[in-house]
Design a protein around this ligand. Sequence first.
Ligand code: C2E
Ligand code: MG
Ligand code: MG
Ligand code: MG
Length: 287
Amino acid sequence: HAKADGRKRERFFTGEMEAQMQLRHALEADLRAAVENEEFHLHYQPLYDLAERRICGFEALIRWNHPVRGRVPPMDFIPLAEEVGLIVDIGRWVLRRACRDAAQWPENIKVAVNVSAIQFSGSDLTQDVSEALAAAGLSPSRLELEITESVLMENLNEVLPILHALKDRGIHVSMDDFGTGYSSLSYLSSFPFDKIKIDKSFVNDIVDNKEAYAIMRAIILLGDALGMRVTVEGVETAAQLALLECEECDEIQGYHISPPRPVRDVPHLLCLPPKSGGATASPTLER
Ligand code: C2E
Ligand code: MG
Ligand code: MG
Ligand code: MG
């Protein structure tokens, strides 16, 4: 009996795996078509400077509107695009579009673009970046590239010289999702980062949980001590913002400021009144 059950289960799992494979293949084919048909577009999420109390930049986040499936979140196709190498074309498109969009914004507004590990090894990233900037007529100092921690650790020797080359051209580089990878903290000082973005998982409990707050504080101070700008991702409430206003935190990003929006909303977002958690706002200074 048990044996029969086992066989049935085996067949069930095999069937499920086959279905998964088919889904993957279908998705891959669709992804290739999407590149050709330009089914992607970008949304922009504000980066909010706490000292200046204004939006100082926008992060470009890719969106895929599939003709049948509807909206496919980046987490459902970026990893696949990386595996099959399509991320190189997609990444190039993102860079060009983001630079072109940013060229329409005020001079003091930057644009941040996510770059995948594959773009470091599978293409000439510095060349692609230079071309995107030149085509848009955008100053390199207005572009930030976001790189996740795990990307670095995978091929340190390959990535480091490219990071330095980008920085030599005046482009800013940020470490994204800080704290989610497995790099040792001591590594942080050996990278030429201008900014660290603390992963949103660290902000969740800072209001209710002392330990979570202590960890957040420590990471912010670490980044600051290493001379980097510090951004906290995933800020969703005024209470979280209020706590971060007391720290050496330079920038926040999150639904509390705004979710990612289509590019046409950028002018409107730039007109929003300043946001504050209220903690450091002294009534006399307010007037
Ligand atoms: P990321 O670079 O860390 O981007 C931040 C993600 O957090 C975005 O998800 C954003 O919508 C989400 N987010 C922002 N504020 C909040 C908040 O307050 N609460 C919560 N819960 N989430 C918030 P999204 O757009 O789904 O992108 C997910 C990831 O996909 C990005 O994480 C990035 O790693 C990757 N990605 C997006 N666009 C690109 C791209 O053009 N190229 C590459 N290589 N990766 C991309
Ligand atoms: Mg990012
Ligand atoms: Mg992130
Ligand atoms: Mg600082």
